[in-house]
Design a protein around this ligand. Structure first.
Ligand SMILES: [Zn+2]
Length: 156
């Protein structure tokens, strides 16, 4: 999918070129239910495992990832955004901060009633992915180098 997206924006990508992802940007709403610190930690673990344990041969590598790789130093950038509600009585939108939520839940700050609707703040969206083409042979040899040198090096 990332490969198709890249081709649609930048034109053709030769078959011997892989795409290397260098950064991901996520937008995390105040009420997404996702902890930023835990997500960053989980991402580091997944990235480590990607380079240590997967895939085992150039053939399976090519088949399974569609020529898209994560750089060992891929950045996970998280933008945390506040929430907003719509009050059906006032017909207005209002921002909701962590503090106001703890005090008044999702009630309208104007009439203090709960005839409101959460408009934003529960999202977790991938909003940007940076990647560049790289020769397929480079990617595979890099992955193997990592695979061999980091073997048995556990993250837990
Ligand atoms: Zn209101």
């Amino acid at each position: 999918m990332a490969r198709r997206e890249y081709v649609s924006r930048h034109g053709n990508l030769p078959i011997d070129q892989n795409l290397v992802v260098t950064s991901l940007t996520l937008r995390l709403g105040l009420f997404s239910g996702v902890d930023k610190g835990l997500l960053k930690r989980a991402f580091q673990v997944a990235l480590h495992d990607f380079h240590c344990y997967w895939p085992s041969t150039p053939e399976t590598q090519q088949a399974e990832c569609d020529g898209v790789y994560f750089s060992p130093t891929t950045q996970l950038i998280i933008e945390q955004v506040s929430a907003s509600i719509y009050c059906r009585e006032c017909g207005s939108h209002y921002p909701v901060s962590q503090q106001s939520f703890q005090r008044h839940y999702l009630s309208c700050p104007n009439n203090h009633r709960h005839i409101t609707q959460l408009i934003s703040g529960d999202e977790m969206l991938l909003i940007n992915m940076q990647m560049h083409p790289e020769s397929a042979s480079t990617c595979i040899s890099e992955a193997f180098k990592n695979n061999n040198t980091q073997e048995g090096n556990s993250h837990v």
